[in-house]
Design a protein around this ligand. Structure first.
Ligand code: ADP
Ligand code: MG
Length: 498
C-alpha cells in the first residue's frame, strides 16, 4: 500500500500527496512561489493543504459509481477503492486536466518513459463500446489488462487518442487521450449519445462555446465522440491543459454537485469566475458564457447541468476561465414514456433559477430579475438570449439531423428517435413562447417556418489544416470556432468566413 504519490502538473512534479496513518490526506506543494496551481481550492502555499479539501478534490477525479471503482480496483490491482489507491495505479497517468499521479518509486520511470500509442481497430472499439453500454462495472479492458486513463462522471466512457491520420490508439505516459467516447447506456437512456451530440452541435451552431463532438458508429455500436478541450497539439506534440470541475474548484464533494444537496448557487459560481479571472473583461466573458449555458439548459430542459458539468481551464498565471460546454443533453429527448408538458414544467434543474428548482418556476419575469442580479448581468440580454435560443434550438437540431442523414450516420432506430425528438422540441417551443417572461416578445424575434435555417446553410466541420513543423497537418475539426492553437490556419479562415 502506497502512502505517498507524486503529483505532476504539465509533466513536472508539482506537489506530493501523502496519506497519514490515520488516513488523512495532505497535499504539499514543492515550490510555493509558483503561480501554477492544481486547484482554486488549493493554491500554492508553504504549509500543506489537509483533510476534506484534498480528499474531495481527488474524489472528484475518479468515476462516481462505486461498482465501477470496485472493478477498477480489481483489474488494476489497487489496494482499495479509495481514490488515493486508484490514482496510485496506471489510471492516475491520464486524468482530467494536466494532472498525473505516480507512486514515488515509479516517478522517474513515468517521467523518462515518454509517450506510447497502441493502435486499435474498429472491431476493438465496437467490442469495448458494447461492453461499456451494458454494464456499469465493465470499463476494464477486454483482456483485463491495466487501464491507462481515468475519466470522472457517471456514464461509462472510453478514453482514446486519435492520430493525425484518423486512426485510434490507446495512449500511455506522456501521450494523453485526446477524445472521450460515450456510448448510450442501452437500458436507461437509449440514444443518449445522439441526444448529447445534437444538443452540443446545436449549442455550437447558436454561438455558445461547446466541445466539438461527432456521432460515430463502430460496427453495431454508436457513441458520441467528444474532443477534449484539455488537450492540444503543440508543434506535433500533444500536451495537457490544466482544468478542474466546479466541485473541485470549490472544495466540494462529488455528491454536492447539485445546489439542493449543498452545491453552489448561480451567484457563487459567478463570483468564483470573476474572482479568479485574469482580467475584469475575462471574468465578464466567463460569466457571460455561464449565463448562456444556464439559459440554454432552461430552454432545452437540461436537468443535468450541475457543478461537475462545468469546468474551469487554468492559465499558467493561475487565473481561470470557463471551458466550453460538455455533457449537455435534453430531457425533451428522453422519450420513455412521453412525458407531458406539465411534467417537463415540473422537471428539476441542478441550480435554482426561480422560486424553486423547477423549469416552470423560472418562467416569471421576477425569476429573470433574480438571475440577472445573481450574475450581475443585464436582464434584457438574458431574456433576449432565452428568446433567441427558443427560436433557434429546434432549427439547429433539425439542421444537424439533416447533416447526419446526408452523411448516412442515422440508422433506422436513430431516424425514428430524431423524428420523435423533433416533434417534442416543436411542442415545447410553442409552450415556452407563451411563458410569462417571454409573452409579447415572440412576434418580434420568432423565426417562422419560412425563415427557418435551412439544413444546407449549416456548415459541416472542416479540418484546421495548419502545416505543422513535422510536415503533418493539424487535424483539429472546426465547425463554429477557429482552431484555438492556429487561429489563422486555412480551416480557421474558412470558419471565420461563414
Ligand atoms: N470535452 C471534454 N474535454 C475535457 N474533459 C472533458 C470533456 N468532456 C468531459 N470531460 C471530463 O470528463 C468528465 C466526465 O464527462 P461527462 O461528459 O460529464 O460524463 P458523464 O455523462 O458521465 O457525467 C467531466 O467531468 C470532465 O472532467
Ligand atoms: Mg457529467
Amino acid at each position: 500500500m502506497h502512502d505517498s504519490l507524486a503529483v505532476l502538473l504539465n509533466g513536472k512534479q508539482t506537489a506530493s500527496l501523502r496519506r497519514t496513518r490515520s488516513g488523512r490526506l495532505e497535499l504539499q506543494y514543492l515550490d510555493n512561489s509558483s503561480s501554477a496551481s492544481l486547484s482554486i481550492s488549493m493554491k500554492p502555499r508553504a504549509k500543506p493543504h489537509t483533510g476534506q479539501v484534498v480528499s474531495n478534490w481527488i474524489d472528484n477525479l475518479v468515476p462516481d459509481d462505486e461498482r465501477l471503482r470496485s472493478a477498477w480496483a480489481r483489474d488494476n490491482r489497487a489496494a482499495s477503492t479509495a481514490p488515493f489507491d486508484l490514482l496510485a495505479t496506471s489510471i492516475g497517468e491520464d486524468c482530467a486536466g494536466a494532472v498525473q499521479f505516480a507512486p514515488d518509486a515509479e516517478l522517474s520511470r513515468l517521467m523518462s518513459r515518454g509517450g506510447t500509442v497502441d493502435i486499435v481497430d474498429e472491431s476493438w472499439i465496437e467490442a469495448r463500446l458494447a461492453k461499456l453500454r451494458n454494464a456499469a462495472d465493465s470499463w476494464q479492458n477486454l483482456d483485463h489488462s491495466r487501464l491507462m486513463y481515468n475519466i470522472g462522471g457517471l456514464q461509462p466512457k472510453l478514453g482514446l487518442h486519435r492520430l493525425s491520420d484518423g486512426r485510434w490508439a490507446q495512449p500511455s505516459g506522456a501521450t494523453p487521450t485526446t477524445h472521450i467516447l460515450k456510448p448510450a447506456p442501452r437500458e436507461e437512456w437509449p440514444h443518449l449519445d445522439l441526444n448529447e451530440h445534437l444538443c452540443l452541435a446545436a449549442a455550437g451552431a447558436l454561438g455558445i462555446a461547446s466541445a466539438t463532438t461527432s456521432y460515430e458508429h463502430y460496427g453495431n455500436e454508436s457513441a458520441v465522440v467528444v474532443e477534449r478541450f484539455d488537450r492540444h497539439c503543440d508543434n506535433g506534440t500533444w500536451r495537457r491543459l490544466h482544468a478542474e470541475d466546479l466541485c473541485q474548484a470549490l472544495g466540494l464533494r462529488p455528491d454536492q454537485k447539485v445546489e439542493h444537496r449543498g452545491g453552489p448557487s448561480i451567484s457563487e459560481i459567478a463570483n468564483l469566475l470573476r474572482g479568479n479571472a485574469a482580467t475584469k473583461e475575462a471574468g465578464s466573458r466567463s460569466v457571460h458564457r455561464f449565463g448562456q449555458a444556464l439559459v440554454l439548459n432552461w430552454v432545452i430542459v437540461g436537468t443535468d447541468a450541475h457543478a461537475k458539468n462545468y469546468t474551469l481551464i487554468h492559465r499558467p498565471d493561475g487565473s481561470v476561465f470557463l471551458a466550453p460546454l460538455y455533457d449537455v443533453s435534453s430531457d425533451l429527448g428522453h422519450l420513455r414514456p412521453l412525458a407531458d408538458i406539465a411534467e417537463l414544467d415540473a422537471a428539476s434543474m441542478a441550480m435554482r433559477m426561480g422560486d424553486d428548482y423547477t423549469i416552470g418556476s423560472a418562467a416569471s419575469r421576477n425569476a429573470w430579475r433574480g438571475l440577472a442580479k445573481a450574475l450581475r448581468a443585464n436582464e434584457d440580454f438574458l431574456v433576449d438570449e432565452a428568446q433567441r435560443l427558443i427560436s433557434g434550438f429546434g432549427d439547429a437540431v433539425e439542421a444537424e439531423i439533416s447533416l447526419l442523414a446526408d452523411d448516412g450516420l442515422l440508422r433506422r432506430g436513430d431516424q425514428a428517435y430524431c423524428g420523435q425528438m423533433m416533434t417534442r422540441i416543436r411542442e415545447w417551443e410553442r409552450h415556452m413562447a407563451a411563458m410569462p417572461v417571454l409573452r409579447g416578445r415572440q412576434a418580434a424575434c420568432s423565426s417562422g417556418p419560412s425563415e427557418r435555417t435551412s439544413a444546407k446553410k449549416h456548415s459541416p466541420a472542416v479540418q484546421c489544416n495548419q502545416r505543422l513543423p513535422n510536415g503533418e497537418l493539424c487535424n483539429r475539426r472546426l465547425r463554429h470556432a477557429v482552431c484555438p492553437v492556429h487561429p489563422t490556419s486555412p480551416g480557421s479562415r474558412q470558419v471565420q468566413a461563414r
